[in-house]
Design a binder for this molecule. Sequence first.
Ligand code: HEC
Length: 135
Amino acid sequence: MKTTIEIPDIITFTICTDHNYVIFSITSQNPGFIEWINDTPYVDYAIGELASPNTSHGKVLYEGTCTACHGSDGRQILFDGTLGVGGIARDEPTVEILHKIRSGQPGTSMPSAIVNGWSIQDSVDVLGYIKTLPD
Ligand code: HEC
């Protein structure tokens, strides 16, 4: 169920209990938005890693949506001239990368999993898969 609470001209909260997230839009900064997800079921905080990614499902999603830009080995776009998307996914905090996959990369044409209607588990699966790609 999705509930929207609007404080006119200031802020709008959208609470989605099906997919476990809250989006708030600050009207004055529209279309900017910040999204929080409750990542508790998806992340093992003790080790800072995904709890249970389905990497074979993640591979299917990656090949359908991400290879066009990142390449099948994740090294078509290099970050700081060295690391591919696999290296970045291992180096940076899991929750941060999960958030980027869900929200998109600011200032780029990278698609957002939320806009594409993916579940949180879909993004978890893709992230689990990209962590298996070479540096
Ligand atoms: C239309 C091209 C495009 C597609 C499709 C795309 N990306 Fe990206 N992605 C980018 C660009 C551009 C960047 C930013 C590169 C930079 O910062 O130099 C980026 C950055 C990233 C980052 C790094 C974030 C960081 O911390 O800097 C990750 C992780 C990532 N993409 C994962 C994915 C995944 C997973 C998919 C598929 C669901 C995907 N991308 C699809 C273009 C794309």
